[in-house]
Design a protein around this ligand. Structure first.
Ligand code: SF4
Ligand code: SF4
Ligand code: SF4
Ligand code: FES
Length: 557
């Protein structure tokens, strides 16, 4: 998020003028010197800073001089001030940064030639940049043992510089709280609660040294030998940006780019570690006819002759095709073309009929939508998020991270309406554990409370709803005593949720498969769509998001 975007979320629009290395810069108040410098392409070295997490201020390598201040200041956590004059390059600073690096290198093993991070290690790069060529300082060597009992990740603690990036991504982005700093001073180390770990690999991805290592990638290749092929992860509808790291036609690891992507380089276990199947020896790599491997020509001949035989015996309609929400739009387009044009059958179906199709029908009928009404990033900027009958952590992890972003960065409030307690419940201001099957009653009850408590935006609704008076009359007829009885929720809990939704400017409604895969899926989806209208979620900065766990259900339908 760039400083001006963050500032507008924080409601800070006052601009501050300063000079950095002779360049004039104007940035919103509370921008740091580091962010301001980046805005005018001035590079300040960093080790512990990462844009997507809160500032730690642990390494001090980002030291800069401010005219009139007698000691160097850390650029990553010093806010700009009107009229200050900042210097980022000087002999004195070079010496200071070099000493800082030499102190960081105390006890750091000199095993770069065999370290898996060699070639993409920030510590190594900064040492080169600052001409740090020897370990000047000595200390008792603690030399903790390598930790191997963690599945998928190896931890080599004696390479750790305690920058805390791993701890912060684990806590602030994933919400797993698996990592923490244990002990103090020179005995401090990164410890973990393995039982909390989701194996997302983000601690590996952000570690600026070779401390957190991916076991499946270890010793497979040097980073500079890998070709990065940009792609998207298709495991879930978040569609995170990924780079397939390829050598000799084999995918050896998956990484993601922090810059310019909605997922900001963050992946879940599926995206980060779930590539083994591509080169797995048990994966079918040639066609089979019966149980026997065959050439593509032979396999195609068999398929064509069988289709011809069935057509002659029973007609084209006897042939049906079942497609997948994991395919791309182009693949599904070609699939339906094959059936409709080449084979002559309109019998095409998919598993979406038993789930997502219902929600999309309801959204189409009620709102004229063919999927989500906004981009994923809108969730992270919401003032209130209602997660209704969905478990984003399991179904679309990047949606979970956006929700956590809304709660942490934008002080958004979270309402969880679910039959079960889910991972996100811990961040919720309001928790509605309703009785199974009472989704329509719950959505209608919340709608009635939005009306009763004067939260409806009449101007907005008059513009967007054709039969507003009818809708309001329906809402007024909702019996709240019955809602309480059907849902098993107290009136107070319902009112609290309605207040959170009603008072918010940017509202996001996310609903999931407990609604559209259940009996009465269309009616339940329609009730949620009505609630979205009433809550103002269809305004430009809000959104309604039907959440299906498959990668491209929206494209398929
Ligand atoms: S793999 Fe993910 S959840 Fe586990 S410790 Fe690392 S960042 Fe935390
Ligand atoms: S393990 Fe890596 S990311 Fe974590 S504190 Fe150590 S050096 Fe930093
Ligand atoms: S959140 Fe979804 S799209 Fe992103 S890496 Fe995980 S499975 Fe892939
Ligand atoms: S990058 Fe500023 S203190 Fe580490």
């Amino acid at each position: 998020m760039d400083p001006s975007e963050l500032a507008s979320i924080r409601g800070e629009n006052n601009m501050v003028n300063l000079t950095i290395d002779g360049k004039s810069v104007s940035v919103p108040e509370n921008t740091t010197i580091l962010e301001a410098a980046r805005q005018v392409d001035i590079h300040i070295p960093t080790l512990c800073w990462l844009e997507k997490i809160s500032t730690t201020g642990a390494c001090r390598v980002c030291a800069v001089e401010i005219e009139g201040v007698d000691r160097p200041m850390t650029a990553c956590n010093t806010p700009v001030k009107e009229g200050i004059n900042v210097t980022t390059q000087s002999e004195k600073l070079a010496k200071t940064r070099k000493q800082i690096m030499e102190l960081i290198l105390v006890n750091h093993p000199l095993d770069c030639p065999v370290c898996d991070a060699g070639g993409e290690c920030d510590l190594q790069d900064i040492c080169y940049d600052l001409d740090v060529v020897r370990q000047e300082f000595q200390a008792d060597d603690v030399n903790p043992a390598t930790i191997n009992h963690w599945p998928l990740i190896q931890q080599v603690p004696n390479r750790c510089i305690l920058c805390e990036k791993c701890v912060k991504v684990c806590h602030e982005l994933i919400g797993a709280d698996a990592l923490f700093v244990n002990d103090k001073g020179d005995r401090a180390f990164i410890d973990k609660k393995v039982e909390n770990c989701t194996y997302c690999g983000n601690c590996v991805a952000v570690c600026p040294t070779g401390t957190m290592i991916s076991k499946p990638f270890k010793f497979k290749a040097r980073p500079w030998t890998l070709r990065k092929i940009p792609s998207v992860c298709t495991y879930c509808p978040s569609q995170c940006q990924i780079d397939l790291n390829v050598l000799n036609n084999k995918v050896l690891r998956v990484t993601s780019n922090d810059e310019g992507t909605t997922n900001k380089g963050t992946l879940c276990v599926g995206g980060f570690f779930g590539y083994g199947y591509i080169n797995h020896k048990k994966r079918l790599s040639t066609p089979t006819v019966g149980q026997n491997p065959a050439s593509w020509d032979k396999a195609f001949d068999r398929v064509v002759s069988e289709i011809e035989r069935i057509k002659q015996e029973s007609g084209s309609a006897a042939i049906a095709g079942f497609s997948s929400p994991r395919l791309t739009n182009e693949e599904n387009y070609l699939f339906q073309k094959l059936f409709r044009v080449a084979i002559g059958s309109n019998n095409i179906d998919s598993e979406a009929r038993f789930g997502a199709l219902r929600s999309l029908q309801a959204l189409d009928n009620g709102l004229g939508l063919h999927g989500s009404s906004n981009r994923l990033a809108a969730i992270g900027r919401a003032d209130a998020v209602l997660v209704f009958a969905a478990n984003p952590t399991a179904e679309a992890p990047a949606v979970d991270w956006q929700i956590q972003d809304a709660v942490r960065r934008s002080s958004g409030k979270l309402v969880i309406a679910n039959m079960r307690t889910i991972h996100l419940t811990q961040f919720a201001e309001s928790q509605l554990n309703y009785k199974p099957g009472s989704e329509v009653a719950l959505a209608s009850g919340l709608g009635r409370l939005l009306l009763d408590r004067n939260y409806l935006d009449e101007d907005d609704l008059t513009r967007t709803v054709a039969n507003l008076e009818e809708l309001k009359a329906d809402l007024a007829a909702v019996d709240l005593d019955k809602v309480v009885e059907e849902t098993g929720l107290s009136l107070g809990a319902l009112e609290q949720a309605a207040d959170i939704i009603g008072q918010a400017e940017k509202v996001v409604v996310i609903f999931g498969s407990d609604i559209f895969k259940s009996a009465l899926g269309i009616e339940k989806s329609a009730a949620v769509a009505n609630l979205a209208i009433l809550s103002g979620a269809l305004r430009s900065e809000g959104g309604i998001f039907p959440l299906d766990e498959k990668g491209n259900t929206q494209g398929l339908l």
